[in-house]
Design a protein around this ligand. Structure first.
Ligand SMILES: Cc1cc2nc3c(=O)[nH]c(=O)nc-3n(C[C@H](O)[C@H](O)[C@H](O)COP(=O)(O)O)c2cc1C
Length: 269
C-alpha cells in the first residue's frame, strides 16, 4: 500500500493527518495547503491512519487490493461498536475447545475468520505473515504424528515410539484433537515481532470464529513442525511457525465461565 496524494477538492485542511502521523509525513505549506512530503514517504509504514482519520476521505492511496476503506455509523465513536458487557460475554465465553464435530468448516466461514484477522495490530504495521489452512484428514494425521515425535516427553512418554504406539491404539489425537481444520501462521523475514504478531492475529481469528459458531484451540505443541522441512512443504509455508490453531464446529458446550484468578496489577487501587 502507498499514500499517493491528497484530493484537494475534498481536503478541509482539518490537519488531523498532520497531527496523527507518527512519521511526520504531512505538513501545512506556506499557502495553507496540507501536503504529503513525497520525498519522505519511504519512511511511511502504511499504517493507514491518515486514511482512517480523514473525515472527508481526501487521502489518496494505492494498494494491490480493491478499495475497501469503509465508514459506518459508530466507526468514529469508540464505545458505539460493541458494549463492554457484550464484549465481555464473548471474551469470557470463548474457550479453547478440544472436542469437534466431524463436520467440514465451510470456506465462507474460514474466509470470514481471515477477514477479521486482516484488522489485527502488527508491530510496525509490517503484517509480515502468511497463513495456511489444512483440512485434509490424512495430512492432519501426518502432522499430528510428526508433532508427537517432537513433544512426546511433554505428554509423558519415554520415547516417540511409545507415544505413537499408544495413540495409534486409541481414537485420540493429542495434538489436533481430531479437529477438521488447522490454521498455521508463519512470519516473513521482515517481521518485527513475529510471535507477538501471531498471538494477536490468531486471537482475532479465534474471537471471530466464536461469533460464527466455530471453536478453536491454540496448539503450541505443533509449532515444532516449523523445524521439519518436509512438513513445511506439506503445510505450504516457509519460515518459522509462530502459531497454530485448530478450528471446527464444537462438539461440546460450556455452561459457565471457568474460574480465573484476578490479575496482579501494580498501580491500581
Ligand atoms: C500459546 C498457547 C499455546 C497453547 N498450546 C496448546 C496445545 O498445544 N494444546 C492444547 O490442547 N491447548 C493449548 N493451548 C490452550 C490452553 O491450554 C488454554 O488456553 C488454557 O487451558 C485456558 O483455557 P481457555 O483458553 O479455554 O480459557 C495453548 C494456549 C496458548 C495461549
Amino acid at each position: 500500500m502507498s499514500i499517493v496524494g491528497i484530493n484537494y477538492e475534498k481536503c478541509s485542511v482539518c490537519k488531523r493527518c498532520i497531527t496523527d502521523c507518527t512519521r511526520d509525513l504531512f505538513k501545512e505549506d506556506s499557502s495553507g495547503k496540507v501536503i504529503r512530503l513525497a520525498d519522505e514517504m519511504k519512511r511511511c509504514n502504511f499504517c493507514g491512519k491518515c486514511v482512517a482519520i480523514c473525515k472527508e476521505n481526501a487521502i489518496l492511496w494505492e494498494g494491490n487490493w480493491e478499495d475497501d476503506v469503509e465508514s459506518y455509523p459508530g466507526v468514529e465513536n469508540y464505545e458505539q461498536n460493541v458494549s463492554y458487557e457484550r464484549l465481555m460475554q464473548l471474551l469470557k465465553a470463548k474457550r479453547s475447545v478440544r472436542q469437534y464435530k466431524n463436520k467440514k468448516v465451510p470456506q465462507e466461514l474460514l474466509k470470514k475468520v481471515f477477514e477479521a484477522m486482516r484488522y489485527a495490530s502488527s508491530a510496525d504495521n509490517r503484517r509480515a505473515w502468511n497463513f495456511s489452512v489444512i483440512s485434509d484428514p490424512s495430512i492432519i494425521k501426518t502432522l499430528s504424528q510428526e508433532s508427537i515425535k517432537i513433544v512426546y516427553p511433554y505428554i509423558g512418554f519415554p520415547s516417540a515410539e511409545a507415544a505413537l504406539k499408544y495413540f495409534n491404539s486409541t481414537d485420540k489425537d493429542p495434538i489436533f484433537h481430531k479437529a477438521p481444520a488447522l490454521i498455521f501462521h508463519t512470519a516473513s523475514k521482515n517481521a518485527s515481532m513475529p510471535p507477538v504478531d501471531a498471538g494477536i492475529v490468531l486471537t482475532y481469528g479465534q474471537l471471530a470464529a466464536h461469533t460464527l459458531g466455530l471453536a478453536t484451540c491454540w496448539i503450541g505443541m505443533a509449532q515444532g513442525l516449523g523445524m521439519n522441512k518436509e512438513m513445511m512443504k506439506i503445510i505450504g509455508l516457509e519460515g518459522q511457525i509462530h502459531g497454530v490453531l485448530t478450528i471446527g464446529y464444537p462438539a461440546v458446550k460450556y455452561f459457565r465461565t471457568p474460574p480465573r484468578a484476578p490479575l496482579n496489577v501494580v498501580g491500581l487501587e
